[in-house]
Design a protein around this ligand. Structure first.
Ligand code: PLP
Length: 395
């Protein structure tokens, strides 16, 4: 049979991060002692009060459709977080709750991008951004950031890529995969560019609660003049260790955009799962001390993994300010000729040392692999030791 697949499906790449997690799970199920640096999810159990809320919701019989864009109670909980965290005020029709932040982003790109609209994406970027823009028939325009500048974007370079087709500036700070937090002075310049060129800003703030070294964080929408042109995307996956619940959301004062994204959701998944929504209400409105406890543990692990990497001949990393990823430079090991790109390196590490990490290529850099430090200190030490052994073999 010819042309079984649509052009769209045929050219779509599977998520590299999910692929490596699947491979890791497969090896583990064969009894192999794999050290997993692949997963982009907290390794903590979901806090008890959140799980209890899910159970109570089931026992109350809340097993029916909810409004497509999320139950009002959850929208109110999201609104309360924005107000308490960033003094941002939204109304319920300015919020869309989806099946994960990924789903919010997907609906959003479908709603605002099409017909060759250009979306500026800063590299290294989260693997799904360019693919989602492609799926929306937009054009991802990649702006490189440099490791020697701590992956912080140069606003002049960003401006050099802006043209009349540019519609969206996509930001993700703290970033997956680099963990870098953009400094205020850079955010201010990016805000000025958005204003000058009348750009929509999509700010993916999914790691906003995982920031280290006492640094403060503010939503891009809370920057002067930015609220009306910024669509904020966030969710409960990373902050509350709730990846499996699949609840994410977006907020925008452009009710037209929220309505369009909601309509897209209404024709695909309908509402997010009712039980998961009840759990998310408990997460967003309940005690936040577990969030801080997990953050502190991540910070200790961040310190440990950075130290271990810096003590490894040939490896280097820009110290992440947030999130739970170390984007490790492996370029020196290409010299020996045994591996020559990030996929080969990830394969080599998995096959020879049973260490799972994600190749940097799908994030926009072949010179790196991404290690998630959402794993125990013991495994971090063991895993980096294995990487050192592999690197010695590569010469
Ligand atoms: C930058 C970024 N945005 C969005 C998401 C999606 O999160 P969710 O689990 O809410 O779909 C992820 C998850 O890996 C991420 O790293």
């Amino acid at each position: 049979m010819k042309n079984l697949l649509s052009k769209r499906a045929a050219s779509l790449k599977p998520s590299a991060t999910l692929a490596i997690s699947a491979k890791e799970k497969e090896l583990k199920s064969q009894g192999i002692d794999v050290v997993g640096f692949g997963a982009g999810e907290p390794d903590f159990p979901t806090p008890g009060h959140i799980r209890e809320a899910a159970k109570r919701s089931l026992d109350r019989g809340e097993t029916f459709y909810t409004p497509v864009g999320g139950a009002l109670e959850l929208k109110k909980a999201v609104i309360r977080r924005f107000k308490e965290d960033y003094n941002l005020e939204y109304k319920p029709d300015e919020i869309l709750v989806s099946c994960g932040a990924k789903h919010s982003l997907y609906n959003l790109f479908q709603a605002v991008v099409g017909n060759g609209d250009e979306v500026i994406i800063l590299a290294p970027y989260w693997v799904s951004y360019p693919e989602m823009v492609d799926l929306a028939e937009g054009v991802p325009v990649i702006v490189q950031t440099r490791e020697e500048n701590r992956w912080i974007p140069d606003p002049d370079e960003v401006e050099s890529k802006i043209n009349p087709r540019t519609k969206v500036l996509l930001l993700n700070s703290p970033s997956n995969p680099s963990g870098v937090l953009y400094p205020t002075r850079v955010l201010e310049r990016l805000a000025a560019l958005a204003e000058k060129h009348d750009l929509l800003v999509i700010s993916d703030e999914i790691y906003d609660k995982l920031v280290y070294d006492g640094q403060s964080y503010t939503s891009f929408a809370a920057m002067p003049g930015m609220k009306n042109r910024t669509i904020v995307v966030n969710g409960v996956s990373k902050t509350y260790a709730m990846t499996g619940f699949r609840i994410g959301y977006l907020a925008s004062t452009q009710a037209e955009v929220v309505k369009a994204a909601t309509n897209i959701q209404s024709q695909s998944t309908s509402n997010p799962t009712s039980t998961a929504q009840a759990a998310a209400v408990a997460a967003l409105t309940g005690p936040q001390d577990e969030v801080e406890r997990m953050r502190q543990i991540f910070e200790k692990r961040r310190d440990l993994i950075v130290r271990e990497i810096e003590n490894s001949e040939g490896l280097s990393v820009v110290k992440p300010d947030g999130a739970f990823y170390a984007f490790v430079n492996i370029r020196p090991f290409y010299r020996g000729g045994k591996v020559s790109d990030s996929s080969e390196m990830a394969k080599f590490l998995l096959e020879t040392q049973h260490v799972a990490c994600v190749p940097g290529g799908p994030f926009g850099s072949e010179d790196h692999v991404r290690l998630s430090f959402a794993t125990s200190e013991e495994l971090i030490i063991k895993g980096i030791e294995r990487i050192r052994t592999a690197c010695r073999e590569l010469g």
